[in-house]
Design a protein around this ligand. Structure first.
Ligand code: ADP
Ligand code: ASP
Ligand code: MG
Length: 427
């Protein structure tokens, strides 16, 4: 039998009992005859706890040391899972990301995996062990420093291991039964998808559906790896995230897809407005070059029409809240040079996105989307679209109502059962 690669998230490893339950599941796969490689996340919310601890010690900890600290969370899990496996009569070897051969670039806090050299994993498997790998971390090729992959990054570790080891697919075990048409924590009537194309999953993940890390979906697409997202608390079949090549039926015909895959929301972004920018060639370039030099990824960008009397315009954009202060400092340095009036920072915003490959060919989707938001009494602040997505920024307090209204307007509510959230705090 082939290699099975599994990932267990923090919500599936909340305490000692949970660790033993996960170990039993892993041993079951081993006893079914597979070679088993497992990527684990830090227990429960312990990454957030470590971040709070760091904040208590230093307001702006050096990025290298923060990565050293955060990778400790996954090391705790890997060792505990390996111990619990040994009590069940199998042998397991745990490895840090670096030991497992996860090679990254050198950007602390959001490193990209550039290669996986799984020599130690292969030898441990050949010796009959189950392999447990600490997720969310690697070692930089250039600096040799320990890096982390960004929040939720264990999903990416798992898919990268599956690709490097030639596994047929990657199993992501979490605290819900699969990918739903919306986050079941805010829409209990959300429906589980049996399958979703990696193209749509990419847009959902990029729009804040934190069920899968964005890079993990990108990686799976590039290496043609199907992902099976499922619950570690039930035996139910989950959701298959399939590359385009696999979205075909037994006859090789393209499978019929629903027009809409789902609604995602994101309350992790902030909005910055640069007020009173002189409307002349090159000013926007200066602003965005400055932000790029500070390694900040922007999301939506809107420039207002300039007022005829003043020839001044406002430029607004959204970015991760965690980068908010760095961006404000960088822009403040430009104020004298560009001569804009002021900067306004707003982190009480949220983004709602409707995703579906059918948008390409079905007119009327935007009209229905905007009227659903209006009927929830919600005001829209910014709008952006891609070929298969419409997103709006609204006030954070309005996010849940708007998501619910859009979900219902597109007939996504499940007729029968409420979605189950088995664990986790949703943090
Ligand atoms: P893990 O600890 O397993 O990595 P996460 O908390 O990172 O778990 O991700 C699982 C959570 O993702 C779910 O509990 C759910 O609240 C959230 N989520 C957001 N959007 C969706 C969606 N479309 N389908 C399923 N879960 C979603
Ligand atoms: N422990 C890390 C986090 O909380 C990585 C992960 O869970 O995937 O973001
Ligand atoms: Mg996660």
């Amino acid at each position: 039998m082939g290699i099975v690669v599994q990932k267990y998230g923090g919500s599936s490893l909340a305490d000692a009992t949970a660790v033993k339950r996960v170990a039993a599941r892993i041993v079951e796969s081993r006893r079914a005859g597979h070679d088993v490689v497992v990527a684990v996340s830090a227990m429960g919310d312990s990454t957030d706890d470590l971040l709070e601890l760091a904040e208590g010690v230093s307001p702006e900890p050096p990025a290298r040391e923060l990565d050293m600290l955060l990778t400790a969370g996954e090391r705790i899990s890997m060792a505990l899972v390996a111990m619990a496996i040994s009590d069940l009569g199998c042998t397991a070897r745990s490895f840090t990301g670096s030991q497992a051969g996860v090679i990254t670039d050198s950007v602390h806090g959001k490193a990209k995996i550039i290669d996986v050299t799984p020599g130690r994993i292969s030898s441990a498997l050949a010796d009959g062990h189950i392999v447990i790998v600490a997720g969310f971390q690697g070692v930089s090729q250039d600096t040799k420093e320990i890096t982390t992959l960004g929040r939720g990054g264990t999903d990416t570790t798992a898919v990268a291991l599956a690709a490097a080891l030639g596994a047929d697919f990657c199993e992501i075990y979490t605290d819900v039964d699969g990918v739903f048409t919306a986050d079941p924590r805010i829409v209990p009537s959300a429906r589980k998808l049996d399958r979703v194309s990696s193209e749509e999953m990419l847009e959902l993940a990029a729009s804040g559906a934190k069920i899968l890390h964005l890079r993990c979906v990108e990686y799976a697409r590039r290496y043609d790896i199907p992902i099976h997202v499922r619950s570690s608390f039930s035996e139910l079949e989950g959701t298959w995230v399939l590359p385009a090549s696999a979205m075909v039926d037994d006859q090789g015909e393209a499978m019929e897809q629903a027009i809409i895959a789902g609604v995602a929301h994101d309350v992790s972004e902030a909005k910055i407005t640069v007020v009173g920018v002189p409307d002349k060639v090159g000013e926007a370039a200066r602003i965005f070059e400055k932000l790029a030099a500070a390694q900040i990824n922007l999301d939506m960008i809107v420039q207002n029409v300039s007022a005829a009397a003043t020839n001044l315009t406002d430029i607004s954009f959204t970015l991760p809240r965690t980068d908010g202060q760095t961006a404000m400092q960088a822009l403040a340095e430009l104020q004298a040079e560009i001569g804009f009036e002021s900067l306004v920072y707003d982190d009480k915003v949220g983004k709602i996105s409707l995703v579906g490959a059918g948008m390409r060919s079905h007119p009327g989707v935007s009209a229905k989307f905007f009227s659903a938001i209006a009927s929830a009494g919600v005001n829209i602040d910014m709008i952006s679209t891609s070929e298969i997505r419409i997103s709006v920024v609204v006030s954070e307090a309005d996010v849940d109502a708007a998501v619910g209204s859009v979900h219902t307007a597109f007939d996504l509510d499940a007729a029968e059962v409420e979605a189950v959230v088995y664990g986790g705090t949703g943090r």
